[in-house]
Design a protein around this ligand. Sequence first.
Ligand code: ASP
Length: 329
Amino acid sequence: MATRPGWALVAHGGAGEITRGRLSPAQDAAYRAAMSLAAEAGAGVLRAGGSAMDAVEAAIQVLEDDPLFNAGRGAAFTAEGRNELDASIMDGATLRAGAVAGLVTTRHPISAARAVIDGSAHVMLGGEGADAFARSQGLEQVDPVYFFTERRWRALEKGLAKLGLPVPARPTGAPDDVSGKAALVHEEGKHGTVGVVALDAHGNVAAGTSTGGSSTKRWGRVGDSPIIGAGTYASNRGCAVSCTGAGEYFIRLGVAHEINALVQHKGLSLQAAADHVIQDELTALGGDGGVICVAPDGQMAWSFNTTGMYRARIAEGEPLVVGVYKDEA
Ligand code: ASP
């Protein structure tokens, strides 16, 4: 890249078994449109001179509201048939960070994570206390059935059958939305988290991640997405990173911080750092998934060891690029 763009943004909508053979043309188009919409929402903030934190939150809210993704509405179910939502966000300028785990009534988990930064003395809140905190901060609360989608419920039934576990009672009031947009959900394996990283015109980076976690997870299970250093990390001295994939592996490798460390301390290019951690370290450990990254000098990168990852990137003076399968730019 010749000159540093004034701003840049990269988004993901999850990695997994995503191939041309598995997605119908309608699904392919729906996912691309959704990724474009989210990237444009974040880019709009950056174009207007807004902060990377605001851009990350705005773009993730769009993805959380979209039933196609395993975050907010459309989240994966626990083995007990509930949606337990995790999210985190980090400001690379100050290293301030906020995270929430196990939300069940907060519409936008990413906003709850952000509220933790300014509204509490903590970095991470979990369970009932996290929803109560979000409520106290004036964040929109919903009936848990708001997060329900038929496709994810069917994925749960399939997952439980494989494990020989009983199917819990269908939540009361659950919509039977087999038509409409939710019908286009592609069950990409266990993943489908969303994340956004951004560089703003002031030179600050930020990262955020939001998820329903892995399908058929145990009640109370927490993955990498809300863990600062594992699923999310941002530092102006290194880079901003958001992950998606088999959370247990990402936690063990501290993937997001590991990529930042390679950039910050070893001077690796963003792409080389991301590729090393995903293609070498994660793969060697037996984990699968992917990352998106942006650096204060405008470098953007993504890397994944699955067959696909929903992704988009856009920067000042550069066109929006959207990708789904491995062989795309
Ligand atoms: N990383 C998420 C988790 O383990 C899952 C995903 O990316 O889809 O909770």
